[in-house]
Design a protein around this ligand. Sequence first.
Ligand code: KG4
Ligand code: ZN
Length: 338
Amino acid sequence: NSEVFILAIESSCDDTAAAVLHNDKVLSNVVANQLIHTQYGGVVPELASRAHQQNIVPVIDAALRNANIKKEQLSAISFTQGPGLMGSLLVGSSFAKSMASALQIPLIAVNHMHAHILAHFIGEEGYEKPSFPFLALTISGGHTQIVKVNDYFDLTIIGETTDDAVGEAFDKSAKILGLPYPGGPLVDKYAQLGNPKAFAFTKPKVPGLNFSFSGLKTAILYFVQKKKLENPNFIEENLNDICASIQYTIVEILMDKLKLAVKETGIKQIAIGGGVSANSGIRKTIKEAEQKYGWKTFIPKFEYTTDNAAMIGIVGYQKFLSQKFETSAVVSKARIQF
Ligand code: KG4
Ligand code: ZN
């Protein structure tokens, strides 16, 4: 069947998103960001659920309208089952269930982290798809994983964080520097103007392919506190250099583990995904690794890096082809493995 239309819904954290795909092509991709959390310095789960409830109908309407698709044309509805905030997930799954039931079409559950990886299979001009097997580095606000991807539905986590996710490392560093939430993109912005070698932060010693980022956060906190005693304007006067040095250290930590993963698996195809793959330092360093180490690297289109529903749609499409459907009894899961 070459005429598959999937409506995809993503509501795992603080973005309400909907997309319509025609086979592997994205017809529309709508994201409503919840700005309410900025004033609290982080996502407030209760407020996120409420905002999803307000946004979900207009976001889905917009996705169908932008795609120029009538709901009667849809082949199936895919939604994020987890991982994520339970209250947020429930809004998306309940809506998906009701709509699939009303239209009498299949319902497809999608793992959010699986979607960050399969986002590379969205049909997009100028973007090549990886071939199996490849290594995926998924880096987001909630996860940091190296995954061996053998096939669409055969994935093995070979390394992950033992504490904070890399996005948290960016956001918490930003908070220490007095930057608003989410600080990751701001650290990136200032880092591009600074000297990455200005300040040295020690990298954590974690065995194997696992990561740790909580020590780095503490090191940055002590460093800033000490420097501020000497010069109260230290942050303001050195913001670009501090951000560049933090970003450099984080990228080094990720690259060290990727190099080890390549050595251990013999796989030289690397795909990055998740919100932090929007980071300019990571994108540049990964690209340079093609020349440096003979890797073939895959970086998703910018709008498919941070949370979006197009990636939920591409998993939906693959699951549709394999007839991997759910009954209406399917439940949301705050924690879920592949
Ligand atoms: O994948 P995502 O949108 O949501 C989760 O599933 O967590 O990732 C959000 C994370 C946040 O921590 C945000 O600060 C980080 O991605 N992020 C960045 C950049 N853009 C987003 N971190 C560093 N540099 C960026 N350019
Ligand atoms: Zn995500």
